[in-house]
Each structure stands twice: as C-alpha cells, then as structure tokens.
Write a protein that binds this ligand. Structure first.
Ligand code: HEM
Length: 418
C-alpha cells in the first residue's frame, strides 16, 4: 500500500517514485486535500563523491491554481537559480543547465527568440510529411519483427531522430545523443547509471559529450549556414554578442533532452492507456482526425511526462494563505495539477474526448511554457495516426517498467505486440 497518511508522504525519498502510479496519485490527492503547499527537506544526494552544499528544502505546489499563479508571476517565482534541479548545482554542472529554461527576463526572452521560429506552428507543419515518413518506416520495421520493446523500437528513436535532424546532427551521432540525454534526465535510475558509477560524473560526462558534438557542428555552421537550428544558434547575436561556446552547449543540451524523453514518455503512456481502455481506442479508431486534437492533449495530461519544474522566490509572497519568503524554493507539480479535482471533471478518467482540458503537461501559461509544444503535439498525432491505421490492435504484452525518477514520468521498457 502507498502512503495514504499525510505524514508518511515524502516526495524527496526516491522510494516514493518507485511506487506504482496509482499509489503516487493517491498520495498527491492526499496532499491536495490536506496540505496543498507542503514543505519537504531536500533529497539526499546519492552515488556521488561530489559534495553539494546542504539546501533549505522546498514547498511542493500540488494544486492547479497555485501552479498557475506561480507560472504567471515569473518576477516573483524565478527560474534563474535553476528550474530543473532541486539542489543548487555546483558551477561545473550549471554550465550544462543554464540554458534558457533556467534564465529570467530580459535574457530569457532574447534567448528564446533565437530558436522560437523553428518551433512555430507553420514551421512544424512544414516538416509533417517527413515526420510521417519516419513514423511509417519505424512502424514497418517494428511490424516485421512482430513484437519487442515499444520504447527502443518506436517511442525513443522517433522524437530523437526528429530533433537531431532539426539540429543538423549527423545520423552517426544519434545513438550517442540518445545515450547522453538518457543519462542527463534520469540520474536516479540504476539501469541508466549503474550502481557503483558516480552519478554526477556520469552526468558531467554526458554533458561534455553533447557539448563536443555541438562544437563540431557549430564550427561548421558558422562558415556554412543552412536553414537549421544550429545555424540559427551559432549566427545569432544577443546584445550584439555571439552566444558563447557555453551558451551554445547548454542550448543544445536543453533542446535534445527536452525534445526527447518527454515526447517518448507521452507516446509510451498512450500505448498503456489505450491498452487498458479499449473503449477509448474504439473512439479514436472511429474517426481519428476528428478526435486527434483532444486525444493528444488528454495523452499529455494523462502521462504528465515532466513531473515538476522549480522556481525560486525573488521576494516574499503569500500564496493561498501560505507565507513564502525570498529565497524559498517551490516545485510546481504538473502531474498533480493535472489530476486536480478542482480543475478537471473526473480527473482520474482517461477520456480522449475531454473538453475543456486545461492541463499543465507543457507547463502552465507563462514565459517558460514549453517551446516544443506544437512539435510534440504533431509528433504524437502522427505516430498514433500511423500506428492505429496500420496496427489498430497494437497492445502492451506485459507491464511497463517505470523510470525511477521524480522528474520525468518515464517508462524504460514496454513489451508490445501487434
Ligand atoms: C510531450 C512532450 C513534451 C512535454 C510534456 C514538455 C513539457 C515541458 C514543460 C513542463 C516545460 C516547462 C514549462 C515551464 O516551466 O513553465 C517545457 C519547457 C521546454 N520545452 Fe518542452 N515538453 C515536451 C516536448 C518538447 C519538445 C519536442 C521540445 C523541442 C525541443 C521541447 C522544448 C522545450 C524547451 C526548449 C523548454 C524551455 C522553454 C523556456 O524555458 O522558455 N519540449 N516543456
């Protein structure tokens, strides 16, 4: 049984994240009902020789409305001290995580503008055909095998190829990029970073691998620009200065990590959900095009691939009656906002026709709202359109293996058959 009692819930304990989804969700329901802004000590840093200064702990925002308020007030709830790590990272790690996601205005807006164009709806629609060709190829080779691991056959390589192609990464480096981005996003999972390995060193090594790839690509694109994201990055100027090598590297790390694990997670959770809810599959099969838009948003709500983002208070603020002080850390639990009874009718039901669906899977409205949301929606739409058209009976053939992580609601293995 999961921790039903408030005092047993500890979001900083990795064992909490090893529980089945239903038990985690029950715990978040308890938090929303009884302590929607709860304080937790920092998680212990394990498997590393690197010393971290002890942190002050954080408040967990578990309600839809509090997450919305924090996102709407970026002047108070800032991202600069770090949006993707609970700990304040030592300088050698910030290097890889100081991309725009951990930046505030005015710099954030300037960084975001450099790449925003590539991800706008028009430019994403323009690559739809190539996304479809890729999905078809991958599905055809999976069908030839007949069965396998849905993650390694389809869910992982699909978004990887798309973002790498958009960045101009050569195909020979795709596997390296996948390995490195897995390590960066899944520090807690012994399958990705084996026990006995220094997790932080593995993380730094993965960061420098990606940096190396970016440097090589970037140098070439300074001289030979084409219409790809890397050319836009290396030739962009912020305050009439070129981005530094470090800024370029963190951009690259952010785009490949943000663009990979997340979409993979949504596509994989969709297989689990559609296998468990045949009536929802039937609805989609009946008229995919009519249902795709609502269904894809419901998949993202249901999966909540990114569990939280962090903000740090720039000034004192009273949030729903709780006095927060300058310097306090808060985590915006999108997974919990997406199950909030106040914001959704029957949030525990997977309903591909759900409308309205004001979910925070891509973050809540605010300056950091997912840059890749149009791309991600397109990828999920195309992959599931092609899957259901060619293999309407595709189903799980065993239980999913959950990624052990508080940050990404990932699935590392998912047996399937057609
Ligand atoms: C289903 C897939 C995806 C999910 C669930 C997702 C989720 C998120 C979330 C929750 C945020 C943080 C929002 C905030 O703090 O307010 C975010 C930001 C971001 N996402 Fe996504 N994402 C997905 C796909 C993608 C893709 C395909 C890309 C493409 C590169 C991408 C790039 C980014 C970037 C660059 C940011 C930082 C934006 C900023 O700080 O201004 N994401 N995403």
């Amino acid at each position: 049984m999961g921790p039903e009692r408030l005092e047993d819930i500890n979001l900083s304990d990795l064992d909490f994240w090893r529980q089945p989804w239903a038990e985690r969700e029950a715990a978040f329901a308890t938090l929303r009902a009884h302590k929607p802004i709860a304080f937790f000590d920092e998680p212990a840093v394990e498997n590393t020789a690197i010393e971290f200064p002890p942190g002050p702990g954080y408040y967990a925002l578990t309600r839809h409305r509090d997450v919305a308020t924090a996102s709407r007030h970026p002047d108070v709830f800032t991202s600069g001290p770090g949006a993707v790590s609970i700990l304040d990272l030592p300088p050698e790690m910030v290097e890889y995580f100081s991309g725009m996601i951990s930046t505030d205005n005015p710099k954030h807006a300037r960084l975001r503008r450099i790449v925003a164009n590539a991800f706008n709806p028009r430019n994403v629609a323009a690559i739809e055909d190539s996304i479809e060709v890729l999905a078809d190829q991958m599905i055809a080779s999976a069908m030839a095998q007949g069965t396998g691991d849905f993650i390694t056959d389809l869910a992982a390589p699909f978004p990887l190829e798309i973002i790498c192609t958009m960045m101009g990464v050569p195909r020979s480096e795709f596997a390296t990029v996948l390995r490195a981005s897995n390590v960066i996003l899944s520090m807690g999972d012994p399958e990705i970073v084996p026990e006995g390995t220094d997790a932080v060193l593995a993380f730094l090594e993965a960061g420098s691998t990606l940096t190396g790839i970016m440097q090589e690509l970037g140098e070439y694109r300074v001289e030979h620009p084409i219409d790809d994201i890397t050319s836009a990055l290396v030739n962009a100027e912020v305050e009439s200065e070129r981005l530094s090598q470090q800024e370029l590297a963190s951009f690259f790390v952010l785009l490949v990590t943000a663009g990979n694990e997340t979409t993979r997670t949504a596509i994989a959770h969709a297989l689990v959900a559609l296998s468990e809810h045949p009536e929802q599959r039937a609805t989609m099969l009946e008229n995919y095009d009519a249902h795709a838009k609502a269904a894809v948003d419901e998949i993202v709500r249901w999966a909540s691939p990114v569990i939280w983002m962090r903000r740090t208070l720039a000034s004192d603020y009273t949030l729903s009656g709780v006095d927060l002080s300058a310097g306090d850390k808060v985590l915006l639990f999108y997974n919990s906002a997406n199950r909030d009874e106040e914001a959704f009718e029957r949030p525990e039901v997977f309903d591909v026709t759900r409308s309205p669906n004001d979910h925070f899977g891509f973050g809540a409205p605010g300056p950091h709202f997912c840059l890749g949301a149009h791309l991600a929606r397109r990828e999920i739409t195309v992959m599931w359109r092609e899957l259901l058209a060619r293999a309407p009976g595709i189903t799980t053939a065993g239980p999913p293996r959950q990624l052990v992580s508080s940050f990404v609601n990932g699935i590392t293995h998912l047996p399937y058959e057609f």
